[in-house]
Design a protein around this ligand. Structure first.
Ligand code: SAM
Ligand code: SF4
Length: 597
């Protein structure tokens, strides 16, 4: 059976982006090719997010369009991957019979066999229909039951499921030409926190920490391929903890850990069981892991991590961050609310005072603007959580003012099936009030972002150059001989080199009000139809170590291709609120870039 042409679209968080990358590598190695244009694909896959209803609505509408297309292309295979598949289960097949394959985030190692079955079944059905010579012949509307529900598997045989998933991470295909100098590395799967509004513990399962040797090895392989910036991923990344003593070897793999037991009392912020610590038990904590990656993979110029949980963030981690120069001074540490009453209803496990204690402690360790290394902090807030009063909302505003985030992701509460909140608390804040609070908090944060940005003006900062700015991409699209598909990645030919510039950093279209400060990543497929004349000054974009977006022009005669994927010095001349504008100083030509390889 020949492998098909796949279109893969990703919705949601960095975890999903990484899952899509792993799936892409896995399918490529089996002979599948990828296309940025869904119209030319034999297999259309959506890797979905369930955290808010909005993301799921997009997928429902895409599936509706595919249902029409499948009437004339019965051989088309449609798959829904990720949290939405996991959450909806069989109900998704029932509502959308166009779907052939569903695969939860804990089952992605099984996707190739699911797809293979689906392709075989669909082509047999098409052949059967052709022999009837009628479009509505029996069998053409039959659907594939290629999904295995994962929840039971995960809970009953956690070790086996996690080992298979670990193989997916371990087999990550890392090509020197197929990245933009930056990469995600998962360190912990799942989540044990059970915040009352959140589907993640249900869709991604229990917290499982990956073995540190595997993580360090993955970072080394990425560095060998030219990656110079690594972002470690975990839902509560600072709670990483690997107990070596508890490990059981299964086919060379290490049994996953049961979960974090890192607790500390007020005033003591150290894990007593660090690898060098007491007790005889060898534990790799998050601080140990950061130090290992920093020291053992010096080719990684920037090491960062998301998302931090405000509770149990030890001084040991802050010390490592201060001592190791290539660890970015950046924290994404969601607060969710400034009201203790709501934090309790959300089951967050900390108070506003404890949250602020952590921010103050982190700044005392790491905020050093005088040496050009300020600590920047990003936050998450939910507005309109059940029973949120004006007073609660004012408390969130007060926290935003006090915390001085460089940006905030602000979400309107979205009741999610299966969560505690949807069952226990009526969604009683009207939509217009949620929207007003969202806009108000966003406006306040924008003012603060502008103030924080102003602190950079006149200073020279190191910027990791991510690519050509979205503005340039728009120009290129206008000049293109044929329009690139709206949802697809875009690549430019600059100076004779084909560059993927599919990481858009300045125009998020979502409604959560991030101001475009997060990355939207599309397909990595290269498309060299678009060309930018070499002589024009190209606007580039990149990020400071604190994740602040910086725009600057590529000075003639330098070529954009020489800058992308490198860390460069940029003098900051202006402040646009959520982004900075600067001038590139003499570029660091000595640093290697993936472009050279
Ligand atoms: N694990 C991270 C933490 O709690 O620190 C956050 C991960 S969650 C996938 C990303 C963000 O989505 C959360 O910080 C929260 O603000 C938001 N979120 C999660 N569930 C939500 C819901 N039901 N409605 C609105 N926002 C939600
Ligand atoms: Fe969801 Fe809370 Fe876990 Fe974050 S910590 S993923 S919000 S349950």
């Amino acid at each position: 059976m020949p492998a098909g042409r796949v279109y893969l679209e990703t919705f949601g968080c960095q975890m999903n982006e990484l899952d899509s990358e792993l799936v892409t590598g896995q399918l490529r190695s089996l002979g599948y090719s990828f296309t940025p244009d869904p119209a030319t694909a034999d297999v259309v896959l959506y890797n979905t997010c369930s955290v808010r209803e909005h993301a799921e609505q997009k997928v429902w509408s895409r599936l509706g369009e595919l249902a029409l297309r499948k009437q004339t292309e019965p051989g088309l295979v449609v798959g829904v991957l990720g949290c939405m598949a996991e959450r909806e289960g069989d109900a998704l097949f029932k509502r959308m019979p166009v779907v052939d394959v569903m695969c939860g985030p804990g089952e992605l190692d099984r996707l190739p066999s699911l797809l293979d079955n689906a392709l075989r079944t669909r082509s047999a059905l098409v052949a059967e229909a052709a022999s009837y010579q009628y479009a509505d012949a029996p069998g053409t509307s039959a659907r594939e039951f290629a999904l295995q529900g994962s929840t039971s598997r995960r809970s009953s045989t956690l070790a086996a499921a996690a080992d298979n998933l670990e193989l997916l991470d371990l087999s990550r295909a890392i090509s020197p030409t197929d990245h933009s100098g930056t990469a995600y590395v998962r360190i912990t799967r799942g989540c044990n926190k059970f915040c009352t509004y959140c589907v993640v513990p249900f869709t991604r399962g229990a917290e499982v920490h990956r073995p540190p040797d595997h993580i360090v090895d993955e970072c080394k392989r990425l560095a060998d391929a030219g990656v110079i910036e690594v972002t470690l991923l975990g839902q509560t990344v600072n709670h990483y903890r690997f107990e070596h003593g508890a490990a059981v070897l299964i086919d060379g793999l290490v049994q996953p850990q049961k979960g974090r037991v890192y607790t500390h009392k007020d005033g003591v912020h150290e894990d007593p069981y660090r690898s060098s610590g007491a007790g005889g038990e060898r534990v790799t904590t998050f601080a140990d892991l950061l130090a290992r990656i920093h020291d053992e993979v010096p080719a990684i110029k920037r090491l960062r991590f998301v998302t931090s949980y405000p509770r149990s963030f030890g001084d040991d981690i802050l010390t490592v961050m201060r001592e190791k120069p290539r660890i970015c001074r950046y924290l994404h540490v969601p607060a969710q609310s400034g009201s203790d009453r709501l934090l309790k209803l959300m089951n967050r496990g900390y108070t506003v005072a404890e949250y602020l204690e952590f921010l103050d402690r982190a700044r005392a360790f790491l905020h050093q603007p005088e040496i050009g290394r300020p600590l920047t902090v990003a936050g998450d807030f939910i507005v309109g959580f059940p029973t949120e009063t004006d007073e609660d909302f004012e408390a969130s505003k007060a926290l935003v003012r006090r915390a001085r985030y460089k940006n905030c992701f602000i979400f309107k509460y979205s009741p999610r099936p299966g969560t505690v909140a949807i069952d226990k608390f009526p969604d009683d804040v009207p939509e217009n009030i949620k929207r007003r609070r969202n806009n108000e908090l966003l406006a306040l944060q924008n003012d603060i972002s502008a103030e924080v940005g102003q602190e950079f003006v006149g200073h020279t900062v190191e910027v990791f150059v991510e690519g050509i700015s979205r503005r340039e991409q728009k120009v290129a699209r206008r000049q293109a001989p044929a329009p690139a598909p709206a949802s697809a990645g875009i690549a430019l030919t600059v100076g004779g080199k084909s560059l993927s510039v599919d990481r858009a950093v300045d125009a998020c279209g979502d409604d959560h009000g991030c101001g475009g400060t997060h990355i939207e990543s599309d397909t990595p497929e290269l498309d060299d139809r678009l060309a930018v004349p070499e002589e024009r000054r190209i606007q580039m974009s990149g990020r400071t170590e604190g994740d602040v977006i910086v725009f600057f022009d590529c000075p003639a005669p330098q070529k954009p291709a020489e800058l992308i994927g490198r860390v460069q010095n940029v003098r900051i001349d202006g402040n646009g609120g959520l982004s900075l504008k600067g001038t590139l100083l003499a570029s660091k030509r000595h640093e290697s870039s993936f472009i050279d390889r």
